[in-house]
Design a protein around this ligand. Structure first.
Ligand SMILES: C[S@@+](CC[C@H](N)C(=O)[O-])C[C@H]1O[C@@H](n2cnc3c(N)ncnc32)[C@H](O)[C@@H]1O
Length: 217
Protein backbone atom coordinates (compact mmCIF):
# COMPACT_ATOMS: atom_id res chain seq x y z
CA UNK A 1 0.00 0.00 0.00
CA UNK A 2 1.32 3.46 -0.96
CA UNK A 3 1.68 5.76 2.13
CA UNK A 4 -0.38 8.97 2.09
CA UNK A 5 1.47 12.29 2.32
CA UNK A 6 1.57 13.04 6.05
CA UNK A 7 -0.35 16.07 7.40
CA UNK A 8 1.16 16.27 10.89
CA UNK A 9 -1.39 18.79 12.25
CA UNK A 10 -4.31 16.63 11.10
CA UNK A 11 -2.61 13.58 12.59
CA UNK A 12 -2.11 15.33 15.97
CA UNK A 13 -5.77 16.38 15.96
CA UNK A 14 -6.80 12.79 15.23
CA UNK A 15 -4.57 11.47 18.04
CA UNK A 16 -6.08 13.98 20.47
CA UNK A 17 -9.66 13.18 19.40
CA UNK A 18 -8.98 9.48 19.99
CA UNK A 19 -7.49 9.92 23.46
CA UNK A 20 -9.73 9.77 26.54
CA UNK A 21 -10.38 13.31 27.81
CA UNK A 22 -9.26 14.37 31.26
CA UNK A 23 -11.71 15.89 33.76
CA UNK A 24 -13.42 19.27 33.19
CA UNK A 25 -11.10 21.03 35.70
CA UNK A 26 -8.21 20.40 33.34
CA UNK A 27 -10.18 21.76 30.37
CA UNK A 28 -10.86 24.88 32.46
CA UNK A 29 -7.17 25.13 33.34
CA UNK A 30 -6.27 24.81 29.66
CA UNK A 31 -8.58 27.75 28.82
CA UNK A 32 -7.38 29.86 31.77
CA UNK A 33 -3.73 29.25 30.88
CA UNK A 34 -4.35 30.44 27.33
CA UNK A 35 -6.23 33.50 28.64
CA UNK A 36 -3.76 34.50 31.37
CA UNK A 37 -0.20 33.28 30.79
CA UNK A 38 2.30 33.83 28.03
CA UNK A 39 3.60 30.85 26.02
CA UNK A 40 0.52 28.63 26.59
CA UNK A 41 1.94 26.12 24.10
CA UNK A 42 4.14 25.00 27.05
CA UNK A 43 1.11 23.29 28.61
CA UNK A 44 1.34 19.58 27.85
CA UNK A 45 -2.33 18.91 27.01
CA UNK A 46 -4.61 15.92 26.77
CA UNK A 47 -2.34 13.37 25.11
CA UNK A 48 0.70 13.88 27.34
CA UNK A 49 -1.57 14.33 30.35
CA UNK A 50 -3.26 10.99 29.66
CA UNK A 51 0.08 9.30 29.05
CA UNK A 52 1.48 10.65 32.34
CA UNK A 53 -1.64 9.54 34.22
CA UNK A 54 -1.37 6.08 32.69
CA UNK A 55 2.30 5.80 33.68
CA UNK A 56 1.51 6.91 37.24
CA UNK A 57 -1.38 4.44 37.46
CA UNK A 58 0.86 1.58 36.28
CA UNK A 59 3.94 2.57 38.26
CA UNK A 60 2.19 3.53 41.52
CA UNK A 61 4.97 5.94 42.56
CA UNK A 62 5.38 7.04 46.16
CA UNK A 63 7.38 10.08 45.06
CA UNK A 64 7.08 11.89 41.73
CA UNK A 65 9.49 14.71 40.90
CA UNK A 66 8.26 17.13 38.25
CA UNK A 67 10.76 19.64 36.84
CA UNK A 68 8.78 22.52 35.31
CA UNK A 69 5.28 23.18 36.68
CA UNK A 70 4.07 26.07 34.46
CA UNK A 71 0.30 26.36 35.10
CA UNK A 72 0.07 23.00 36.89
CA UNK A 73 -1.60 20.99 34.12
CA UNK A 74 0.74 17.99 34.08
CA UNK A 75 0.89 17.77 37.90
CA UNK A 76 -2.91 17.82 38.04
CA UNK A 77 -3.05 15.22 35.27
CA UNK A 78 -0.85 12.85 37.31
CA UNK A 79 -2.19 13.45 40.82
CA UNK A 80 -5.49 11.48 40.64
CA UNK A 81 -3.60 8.28 39.73
CA UNK A 82 -1.21 8.40 42.71
CA UNK A 83 -1.45 5.44 45.11
CA UNK A 84 -2.38 6.08 48.76
CA UNK A 85 0.49 8.03 50.36
CA UNK A 86 1.94 9.01 46.99
CA UNK A 87 2.90 12.63 46.34
CA UNK A 88 4.31 14.95 43.70
CA UNK A 89 7.05 17.53 44.27
CA UNK A 90 6.98 20.01 41.39
CA UNK A 91 9.71 22.61 40.72
CA UNK A 92 9.02 26.03 39.21
CA UNK A 93 11.35 29.03 38.97
CA UNK A 94 8.77 31.66 37.94
CA UNK A 95 6.84 33.27 40.78
CA UNK A 96 3.97 34.10 38.42
CA UNK A 97 3.68 30.49 37.23
CA UNK A 98 4.01 29.16 40.78
CA UNK A 99 1.22 31.40 42.08
CA UNK A 100 -1.02 30.52 39.16
CA UNK A 101 -0.44 26.78 39.57
CA UNK A 102 -1.00 26.89 43.34
CA UNK A 103 -4.39 28.51 42.82
CA UNK A 104 -5.39 25.59 40.55
CA UNK A 105 -3.99 22.94 42.90
CA UNK A 106 -6.24 24.45 45.57
CA UNK A 107 -9.28 23.80 43.36
CA UNK A 108 -8.54 20.10 42.89
CA UNK A 109 -9.50 17.34 45.35
CA UNK A 110 -5.99 15.96 44.67
CA UNK A 111 -4.14 19.27 45.04
CA UNK A 112 -2.95 18.56 48.59
CA UNK A 113 -0.75 15.79 47.23
CA UNK A 114 1.21 18.26 45.10
CA UNK A 115 3.98 20.26 46.76
CA UNK A 116 5.27 23.15 44.68
CA UNK A 117 8.85 24.26 45.37
CA UNK A 118 9.56 27.66 43.90
CA UNK A 119 13.15 28.30 42.78
CA UNK A 120 15.70 26.92 40.34
CA UNK A 121 15.00 23.21 39.98
CA UNK A 122 18.64 22.18 40.43
CA UNK A 123 18.66 23.78 43.91
CA UNK A 124 15.42 22.03 44.82
CA UNK A 125 16.71 18.66 43.58
CA UNK A 126 19.94 19.10 45.55
CA UNK A 127 17.85 19.33 48.72
CA UNK A 128 15.82 16.19 48.02
CA UNK A 129 17.04 12.70 48.91
CA UNK A 130 14.71 10.72 46.68
CA UNK A 131 14.38 7.98 45.78
CA UNK A 132 12.25 9.23 42.91
CA UNK A 133 9.89 6.63 41.50
CA UNK A 134 8.97 8.85 38.58
CA UNK A 135 10.73 11.97 37.27
CA UNK A 136 9.12 14.20 34.66
CA UNK A 137 11.61 16.58 33.02
CA UNK A 138 9.81 19.48 31.34
CA UNK A 139 11.61 22.75 32.21
CA UNK A 140 14.20 24.84 30.29
CA UNK A 141 15.65 22.70 27.53
CA UNK A 142 19.22 23.94 28.17
CA UNK A 143 18.99 22.33 31.59
CA UNK A 144 17.91 18.84 30.54
CA UNK A 145 21.37 17.23 30.78
CA UNK A 146 21.86 18.73 34.25
CA UNK A 147 18.40 17.58 35.39
CA UNK A 148 19.16 14.10 34.09
CA UNK A 149 22.54 13.98 35.83
CA UNK A 150 21.05 15.31 39.08
CA UNK A 151 18.24 12.75 39.15
CA UNK A 152 19.76 9.51 37.79
CA UNK A 153 21.64 8.88 41.09
CA UNK A 154 18.40 9.49 43.03
CA UNK A 155 16.18 7.36 40.85
CA UNK A 156 14.60 4.34 42.59
CA UNK A 157 15.98 1.02 41.26
CA UNK A 158 12.78 0.49 39.26
CA UNK A 159 12.18 4.22 38.74
CA UNK A 160 11.08 5.82 35.50
CA UNK A 161 12.22 9.10 33.99
CA UNK A 162 10.10 10.86 31.37
CA UNK A 163 11.57 13.72 29.32
CA UNK A 164 9.26 15.90 27.22
CA UNK A 165 9.85 17.72 23.91
CA UNK A 166 12.75 15.49 22.92
CA UNK A 167 12.01 15.91 19.21
CA UNK A 168 11.48 19.70 19.36
CA UNK A 169 9.09 19.64 16.41
CA UNK A 170 11.70 17.76 14.39
CA UNK A 171 14.33 20.47 14.94
CA UNK A 172 16.70 17.85 16.39
CA UNK A 173 17.33 16.90 12.76
CA UNK A 174 18.51 20.41 11.80
CA UNK A 175 22.14 21.09 12.73
CA UNK A 176 21.60 24.87 12.15
CA UNK A 177 18.87 25.18 14.77
CA UNK A 178 20.19 26.07 18.25
CA UNK A 179 17.12 24.79 20.12
CA UNK A 180 17.23 21.58 18.16
CA UNK A 181 20.98 21.21 18.81
CA UNK A 182 20.46 21.49 22.58
CA UNK A 183 17.87 18.74 22.55
CA UNK A 184 19.90 16.59 20.15
CA UNK A 185 22.80 16.88 22.62
CA UNK A 186 20.49 15.68 25.42
CA UNK A 187 19.27 12.76 23.30
CA UNK A 188 22.87 11.80 22.46
CA UNK A 189 23.85 12.10 26.13
CA UNK A 190 21.09 9.76 27.28
CA UNK A 191 21.62 7.34 24.42
CA UNK A 192 25.34 7.04 25.22
CA UNK A 193 24.84 6.51 28.96
CA UNK A 194 25.44 2.87 29.89
CA UNK A 195 23.74 3.41 33.28
CA UNK A 196 20.33 3.71 31.63
CA UNK A 197 18.20 2.40 28.79
CA UNK A 198 15.68 4.52 26.91
CA UNK A 199 13.07 4.67 24.23
CA UNK A 200 12.32 7.90 22.35
CA UNK A 201 8.62 7.91 21.50
CA UNK A 202 7.39 10.13 18.67
CA UNK A 203 4.35 11.07 20.75
CA UNK A 204 3.37 14.71 20.29
CA UNK A 205 6.69 16.64 20.49
CA UNK A 206 8.70 13.56 21.47
CA UNK A 207 8.72 11.85 24.86
CA UNK A 208 11.67 9.81 26.06
CA UNK A 209 11.18 7.08 28.66
CA UNK A 210 14.30 6.19 30.62
CA UNK A 211 15.06 3.64 33.32
CA UNK A 212 18.17 2.27 34.95
CA UNK A 213 19.78 -0.36 32.76
CA UNK A 214 18.63 -3.82 33.67
CA UNK A 215 20.54 -6.78 32.26
CA UNK A 216 17.79 -9.11 33.50
CA UNK A 217 14.71 -7.59 31.84
C1 LIG B 1 7.18 23.54 29.46
S1 LIG B 1 6.75 24.40 30.91
C2 LIG B 1 6.12 23.12 31.96
C3 LIG B 1 4.80 22.60 31.47
C4 LIG B 1 4.09 21.69 32.44
N1 LIG B 1 4.95 20.60 32.88
C5 LIG B 1 2.88 21.10 31.75
O1 LIG B 1 3.04 20.06 31.13
O2 LIG B 1 1.81 21.68 31.79
C6 LIG B 1 8.32 24.76 31.60
C7 LIG B 1 8.31 25.47 32.95
O3 LIG B 1 9.62 25.36 33.50
C8 LIG B 1 9.90 26.53 34.21
N2 LIG B 1 11.37 26.63 34.37
C9 LIG B 1 12.28 27.11 33.48
N3 LIG B 1 13.52 27.06 34.00
C10 LIG B 1 13.39 26.53 35.25
C11 LIG B 1 14.31 26.22 36.29
N4 LIG B 1 15.62 26.46 36.15
N5 LIG B 1 13.83 25.69 37.43
C12 LIG B 1 12.50 25.44 37.59
N6 LIG B 1 11.58 25.73 36.64
C13 LIG B 1 12.02 26.26 35.48
C14 LIG B 1 9.29 27.63 33.33
O4 LIG B 1 9.09 28.82 34.10
C15 LIG B 1 8.00 26.97 32.87
O5 LIG B 1 6.93 27.30 33.72
Amino acid sequence: MRPLPLDLDALQAYVEEHTTPLEPLLDELFEATHASLSAPQMLSGRVNGRLLRLLVALKRPRLVLEIGTYSGYSALAMAPALPPGGRIVTCEVSEQHAQFARSWFARSPHGERIELRQGPALDTIAGLDGPFDLVFIDADKDGYVDYYEATVPKLAPDGLMVADNTLRSGRVLDPDDEGGRVMAAFNDHVHADARTENVLLSVRDGITLIRLASPAA
